[in-house]
Write a protein that binds this ligand. Structure first.
Ligand code: GSH
Length: 346
């Protein structure tokens, strides 16, 4: 592979240390590139099928949300997908899964090259999900909190027939409220526990995680989905953390009061989602385990990827008895999943 310089991200490790862990507690910060692709005249980044490429790690819960929503909405034909190596090197995500280590559409080895095409310097290192403008090779956005909402609300003209409404107007306030708590106390707090550098910081995050799981378990006892009667963005955001929990966060991030499989309500909820076409078939457990155990060496210096846990995702969940249906008036995706090895080999 030819040498590449990665302008702008050379001091990534130092920046991470000082910005994200300075107080011994870890938290995902704001995204740095927050441009939006919108369906409005005169916008710099218009909705345009074929123009943009989603760069994702199948290991990453934030990127996996986008892969999942893109699939449920049937936007695969409109926005192409590039998948990075689950193990990033010291500085960056790489395209080593592709021939010659080059993304076949963007012609780049490292994600940082798309960042550098956009601007000379940036602060927080590179991150996935990233959406890149194919003609210019420039990063458009890495705003994980916004991208999926815009796929739902701005790309409607290109959704597949039968696509579900994952962010229905009538439920937005409640969806936002639920997602707010899930973000702080679960999506982000598992990282807070895993990356904590003091007992106190760890204890705080651990407490947040399990009080949130208790709240979710109670909420989901009588309802099939988090908000309303159908799958929404709130379920998507919970799902991508929940599905990683027993394999990764329980041991690796020390969130070990109990596993999801030990909570009958959350276990059944997760099984239901995994078995929903367009949801479970976006998950690649091999990428997940190799990334967390192989790349986060400060937590696992040997890099050894554990063999377990054995997970049977085909068990009955009986959640249909609660009523509700995944796609509302819509239908399941008919396109085969693009995700390799989605049958859960690790
Ligand atoms: N904080 C990220 C959110 C997404 C995120 O944290 N992605 C992780 C992977 S799960 C990432 O790419 N981190 C950079 C790295 O691992 O080098 C952002 O700025 O948008």
């Amino acid at each position: 592979m030819p040498p590449v310089s990665l302008p702008g991200s050379a001091d990534l490790a130092a920046v991470r240390d000082s910005v994200q862990m300075g107080n011994a507690a870890y938290s995902h910060g704001e995204s740095e590139f927050t441009d939006r692709i919108v369906d409005e005249p005169g916008t710099p980044w218009p909705v345009e099928p074929g123009r943009y490429r989603l760069i994702a790690s199948l290991a990453c819960p934030w990127a996996s949300r986008v892969v999942l929503v893109r699939r449920l909405l049937g936007l695969e034909h409109a926005i192409s997908l590039g998948v990075v190596d689950p193990i990033h090197d010291e500085l960056d995500w790489r395209f080593t899964l592709d021939a010659d280590g080059v993304d076949p559409v963007l012609g780049i080895h490292h994600l940082a090259e798309a960042y550098a095409a956009r601007q000379a310097k940036w602060v927080n290192g590179t991150s996935v999900p990233a959406i890149v403008d194919v003609p210019s090779g420039q990063l458009v956005t890495n705003d994980f909190a916004r991208i999926t909402l815009d796929l739902s609300a701005q790309w409607t003209a290109h959704h597949r027939e039968g696509a579900p409404d994952l962010y229905p107007e009538a439920w937005r306030d409640e969806i936002d409220e639920v997602m707010g708590r899930v973000y702080t106390d679960f999506n982000d707090a598992v990282y807070g526990a895993g990356f904590a550098r003091s007992q106190q910081a760890y204890g705080r995050s651990y407490g947040q995680v399990f009080s949130c799981l208790d709240w979710l378990s109670q909420r989901l006892t009588t309802r099939r989905y988090l908000v309303g009667d159908h799958l929404t963005e709130a379920d998507v955001r919970l799902f991508t953390t929940l599905v990683r929990f027993d394999a990764v966060y329980h041991a690796h991030f020390k969130c070990n009061r109990n596993k999801i499989s030990e909570d009958p309500v959350l276990d059944a909820y997760l099984l239901d989602l995994v078995q929903t076409p367009g949801v479970g078939d976006t998950v690649n457990m091999a990428h997940i385990k190799h990334h967390y155990y192989g790349a986060l060496r400060m937590l696992n210096p040997s890099g050894i990827v554990p063999g377990g846990p054995r997970q049977d995702w085909t068990r009955p969940h009986h959640r249909e008895q609660l009523g509700g249906s995944p796609y509302g008036d819509g239908t399941p995706p008919t396109r085969p999943s693009e995700i390799p090895d989605y049958r859960w080999q690790a």
